[in-house]
Design a protein around this ligand. Structure first.
Ligand code: NAD
Length: 270
């Protein structure tokens, strides 16, 4: 109906790439961003899971009546050529890129402390969590430079609270990668501010997702973490998606270079 067509979403008319869209934070963000009016390129190394999020979007929202689109795209963010092609595909199919959510990340499920981690784990973690974010930023910035009305764009890079403080259950490669994502995001924010390209890192606290629950696989391990959480519970992926939505939207037009903490008070606690 004409009433539905008139509803304005918070991302109306924007084009958004979300990496790691097949699960957890990426999944919830893809659905939420679509609800708010964005065209979605749901990118994941696991194509089936990216297709599942697109199905969910199509089920929930009558995209056709809004004249909007959601597509699944297979990408390994640690491969530069694949990220380049993802952005090229987006420009060819959608004509522009307004939002780049570099969210794909892994945490090695085994003990990965400084003394016993090995080079394979270190390199794999860095290649996906850090290099992948670099590639995503590089090609997004090139694309966003060409944007007009509005100029620029918003880049959100998923880091973690462990990029800001030490965790008692150390995952050294993961922690180092996330600290670097924060530093990279901060510098890009400063470098590209005059081009209206905003860059923020999202710093989730510990969440109810396969990534963390596979790691904290006993009640004892879970409880050790919960003691340090002022809210006394793990966060939900949708709570990260809601923060990412704010950073993606024009409501955050004066927000750049932040470490946006969505952590149930964790980093404020003594
Ligand atoms: P998740 O495991 O549920 O989802 C991650 C998605 O990324 C998966 O769909 C996976 O297929 C995809 N992926 C993995 N490697 C990829 C690659 N090379 N290229 C493209 N896609 C790839 O995890 P999540 O909890 O939703 O994590 C999302 C982000 O949030 C990650 O960067 C993670 O480090 C970060 N984070 C998670 C937590 C937590 O507690 N779960 C806390 C802080 C930060």
């Amino acid at each position: 109906s004409s009433v539905i067509k008139d509803i304005k979403g918070r991302l109306d008319g924007k084009v958004a790439i979300i990496t790691g869209a097949g699960s957890g934070i990426g999944f919830e963000s893809a659905v939420l961003f679509a609800r708010e009016g964005a065209d979605i390129i749901a990118a994941d190394v696991n194509l089936k899971s990216a297709e599942a999020v697109v199905e969910r979007i199509k089920e929930k929202f009558p995209l056709k009546s809004f004249n909007r689109r959601a597509v699944a795209y297979k990408v390994d963010v640690s491969k530069e050529e694949e990220v380049k092609k993802l952005v090229e595909f987006t420009l060819k199919e959608f004509g522009k890129l307004n939002i780049m959510f570099n969210n794909a990340g892994i945490m090695h499920p085994h003990d990965d402390n400084c003394l016993n981690t090995d080079e394979k784990v270190w390199d794999l973690t860095m290649n996906i969590n850090l290099k992948g974010v670099w590639y995503g930023c590089k090609y997004a910035i090139e694309a966003m430079r060409k944007n007009n009305n509005p100029k620029g764009g918003s880049i959100i890079n998923t880091a973690s609270f462990v990029g800001l403080m030490g965790a008692a259950t150390p995952q050294i490669a993961y922690t180092a990668s996330k600290g670097a994502v924060i530093a990279l995001s901060r510098e890009l924010a400063v470098t590209h501010a005059r081009e209206c390209i905003r860059v923020n890192s999202l710093c989730p606290g510990p969440l109810h997702t396969p990534l963390l629950m596979d790691f904290l696989n006993t009640d004892e391990k879970k409880n050790r973490r919960l003691v340090h959480l002022p809210m006394g519970r793990f966060g939900e992926p949708i709570e990260q998606a809601q923060a990412a939505l704010f950073l993606a939207s024009d409501e955050s037009s004066y927000v750049t270079g932040t470490e946006f903490k969505v952590d149930g008070g964790l980093t404020a606690a003594y």
